[in-house]
Design a protein around this ligand. Structure first.
Ligand code: NAD
Length: 358
């Protein structure tokens, strides 16, 4: 990693942004600015406790800025003041269920917020000297959900047509299109990543894997949408972070990278595997699978996501290091030891963790 560069990370109080910041604090000497509005899914505990243990040098290299990317003035000020050489844009509303119930925040944060960042980045980029321009990069973190739903066969890749189905994926698709336009029209050096489902420690417990784990640990019913046959491709969060850093270092400006985990599983398989692991490490009177209950499927529920990540493997020599079963075990152990955090996060947002059952 390059020396001492200034990096602005939006959404760094969230799950993936937090993992990225923790890695940079431990393994680089970057100066890190974390812009986040601390929405219900944002929390700084993981970063704050790491900084305490790392000491003064880490403290000096990190600054948290509470701010909303949907506010143009905030974004303009942050970019002018922090003068970033690299931007990782992760701030977003991210929960599909919530996007169905209340899409407006998704339009504001994911579309308007991205527009504000692009505009302010461009204003700033145009004024910096050519040497700095050569190095500047705007990395936009997006999702494979923008491509819609796959049948039983086939994979998403960088040439797959956009076909979003939920308000969440539509808002992320819009933001990707804006990023492409700011590259082609104005020459802002951008790269887009489209990644499959992430899992790991510190993930807000509304998402599938931490939801199942924290419910099962507490011996509460685990609900599953429809038949549970929907297929997702799972990637351990640290493997995603590794891909983002490689893309920032060596990725081709103006292009996009599909990042996947070769971890296709039906939701039902994921549930049963978590229950099996918990039966081994935290046995109860009955098998944990007795807690599983089906609820009515959600509208527009994509059938299958799967990623062909040949491009990032061949161009950047990336491949996931953590096997699904191993990553899942680590994650389950983490939630067993940090259940209070998961409960605190759910209480903060008033969310019960139940699948909604539309
Ligand atoms: P998350 O919900 O855990 O974190 C999102 C963070 O963004 C939170 O800290 C939140 O406070 C912040 N935020 C939301 N709106 C904001 C606003 N208007 N202004 C400032 N901050 C705001 O999400 P995550 O899982 O860490 O996802 C991060 C990014 O990665 C998102 O862009 C998401 O679309 C993308 N992504 C996620 C996954 C996944 O499986 N989690 C997969 C592929 C791509």
């Amino acid at each position: 990693m390059e020396n001492n560069i200034k990096v602005l990370i939006t959404g760094g109080a969230g799950f993936i942004g937090g993992a990225l910041i923790r890695k940079l604090l431990k393994e680089s000497n970057y100066n890190i600015f974390n812009l986040d509005n601390l929405s219900y899914s944002g929390d700084l505990q993981s970063i704050d406790s790491l900084i305490q243990s790392l000491g003064k040098n880490a403290q000096k290299r990190y600054k948290f800025i509470k701010g909303d990317i949907s506010n143009k003035e905030t974004v303009e000020n942050v970019i002018q003041e922090t003068k970033p050489e690299l931007i990782f844009h992760l701030a977003a509303e991210t929960h599909v269920d919530k996007s169905i119930i209340c899409p407006e925040n998704f339009i504001l944060s994911n579309i308007l917020g991205t527009f504000n960042l692009l505009e302010s980045s461009l204003n700033y980029y145009k004024k910096i000297d050519p040497e700095k321009q050569k190095k500047f990069k705007f990395i936009h973190i997006s999702t494979d959900e923008v491509f819609g739903s796959l049948p039983q066969n086939g994979f998403f890749n960088e040439n797959t047509k956009y076909d979003p189905r939920s308000p969440y994926s539509a808002s992320k698709a819009s933001s990707d299109h804006l990023v492409k336009a700011w590259f082609h029209t104005y020459g802002l050096p951008c790269i887009i990543t489209n990644c499959s489902n992430n899992y790991g420690p510190w993930q807000y417990p509304e998402k599938l894997i931490p939801n199942i784990i924290s419910k099962a640990i507490q011996q509460k019913n685990i609900s599953i949408y429809g038949s549970g046959k929907n297929i997702r491709d799972w990637l351990y969060v640290d493997d995603h972070v590794e891909a983002l850093l490689l893309i920032a270092e060596k990725g081709k400006i103006g292009s996009s990278y599909c990042v996947g985990g070769f971890g296709e599983r039906t939701n039902k398989e994921v549930q049963l595997l978590i229950c099996k692991i918990l039966d081994e490490i935290d046995p109860k009177k009955f098998p944990h699978s007795r807690l599983i209950k089906n609820v009515i499927d959600r509208p527009g529920h994509d059938k299958r996501y799967a990623i062909n990540s040949t491009k990032i493997q061949q161009e950047l020599d990336w491949k996931p290091q953590i096997k699904f079963e191993d990553g899942l075990k680590k994650t389950i152990y983490w939630y067993l030891n940090n259940l209070e955090w998961a409960k605190k996060m759910m209480e903060k947002s008033g969310y019960s963790g139940d699948r909604i059952g539309f």
